[in-house]
Design a protein. Sequence first.
Length: 191
Amino acid sequence: MKQRAQGAPRRPALFARIITLSRKPRSVIAIYAGSFDPITNGHLDLIQRGSRMFDRLIVSILRNETKEPLFSVEERMEMLREVVDVYPNVGVDSFHGLLVDHAAAHSATVLLRGIRAISDYEYELQMALMNRRLRPEIETVFMMANEAYSFISSRLVKEVFSLGGDITGLVPPAVEARLHRRLSKIKRRGA
Ligand code: PNS
């Protein structure tokens, strides 16, 4: 390590911070976080495109004890692994606590987010600015959702499916099969 010459002034903290912020990492790791309850083709499209942009992309499920999900975190991780298996630079994990801390723990410098419509913008802007305030060295990168999937959300998919609507093409086939199994289990329990 380079020694500071005796009597030489210490590099000001702000200057060191600017250097850190302006240095491009050798390998760009991005985190794509969400609930993924369940993963939709809209998410998958973003993962596919993100895998081409970043050296590594980690799809991270938020462990949120306050929400009652349809699928457990472990089931969601299994589903995600099934569908991202074809992308060698994409990994799957889960986290709790702050997203930026999770990103820093993985040496990630990018948070990948998808924007479907203008209605997503305000929430996304708030999150991006808060995350920047928490850790300015981590950048939020937005990608526009593919127009073919811009109306899809996990919530809508679950609602339509539970009411007997056709969700073919909205979620990966493996996820659709799991939804069928989950719905018949719920129906059996309710019968
Ligand atoms: O796709 P989602 O479900 O809207 O994702 C929201 C998510 C997981 C990205 C967001 O809730 C989050 O980052 N939660 C972790 C807690 C956190 O860091 N909160 C401050 C964000 S500004």
